[in-house]
Design a protein around this ligand. Structure first.
Ligand SMILES: C[S@@+](CC[C@H](N)C(=O)[O-])C[C@H]1O[C@@H](n2cnc3c(N)ncnc32)[C@H](O)[C@@H]1O
Length: 261
């Protein structure tokens, strides 16, 4: 399963992808009444943006991802941060039944899916998860803000222009953050028999040009990432298009859509 998240993309992801503010973890803990006895599964864990902070609140976490390079970096970060209660599993949404066989039914407080559901078949996933959960447990679909090039600011529109010219394609996919995707996820949770609720966490962040370019690299796939020798030209184009701004403010809305049993 090669989704293009390997190699340097994983490195850019770990270095530049924004994590989640503490209020998101409070919302998850509240939604599922998580305790230090609980087990959480983080599906599509990437380099551990959700996995590592939530591990501080529960007994054990299983981080699951189909991209080995993401898992290697996540595991290394856990070691550096002395997080000792996460197991890392190479796998995908389709491996949930095997995970259920390992953990046992009715044992999981929450399955989190952080900025990854758009890679999965959510209509198949939500029913498949149900046997895992203890009473009051459930699934949280967490989306981490509108992509950098689709925001309602001058710099974001200018960035989009540069990226579209570079790639030669229109960029409109919002990776599950848009209202229509949220409605589809909600309807799918209801159809699978979950009680559904949602919380949003809003904050403002400021990025340097390097952080902006790094954030863009983290969403390229391995085969579309500018080659190392093209990167100074790539960031020069962005710098010229966004001139004279050198700091970029973004409004980030994190949505936590929860389905509880
Ligand atoms: C955009 S990253 C999100 C990483 C992290 N959860 C976060 O919140 O930033 C998407 C991750 O989903 C993983 N992924 C893609 N398809 C998947 C699937 N079918 N099942 C599980 N994970 C998948 C990718 O390998 C990648 O690490």
């Amino acid at each position: 399963m090669d989704l293009g998240f390997g190699g340097e993309v994983a490195e850019f992801y770990q270095r530049y992808r924004r994590g989640y503010p503490p209020a998101v973890f409070d919302a998850l803990a509240d939604a599922f009444a998580l305790t230090p006895q609980d087990t959480v599964v983080d599906l599509g864990c990437g380099t551990g943006q959700l996995t590592l902070p939530i591990a501080a609140r529960v007994r054990a976490v299983v981080g699951v991802d189909p991209e080995p390079d993401m898992l290697v970096l996540a595991r290394r970060a856990a070691g550096e941060r002395q997080v000792g209660n996460v197991s890392w599993l190479l796998g995908a949404d389709t491996d949930v039944p095997a995970l259920g066989a390992l953990l046992g039914g009715g044992t999981v407080g929450a399955v989190t899916v952080g900025q990854a559901l758009h890679w999965m078949d959510h209509d198949a996933l939500f029913p498949r998860l149900r046997p895992l959960f203890r009473a009051g447990g459930g699934v949280a679909v967490v989306t981490n803000g509108t992509p950098l090039w689709l925001q309602d600011t001058g710099w974001s529109r200018a960035l989009r222009g540069v990226l579209e010219r570079w790639r030669g394609v229109e960029l409109h996919r919002s990776c599950g953050t848009d209202d229509a995707s949220q409605r589809r996820y909600r309807d799918s949770l209801v159809a699978a028999g979950y009680d559904v609720g949602a919380t949003t966490v809003d904050y403002t962040a400021e990025l340097s040009l390097d952080e902006l370019v790094g954030g863009v690299y983290s969403v390229f796939s391995v085969d579309t990432l500018p080659a190392p020798e093209q990167r100074s030209e790539f960031s020069a184009r962005i710098r010229r298009a966004l001139h004279p701004e050198t700091r970029f403010r973004e409004h980030v809305r994190v949505t936590v859509l929860v389905g509880r049993l």
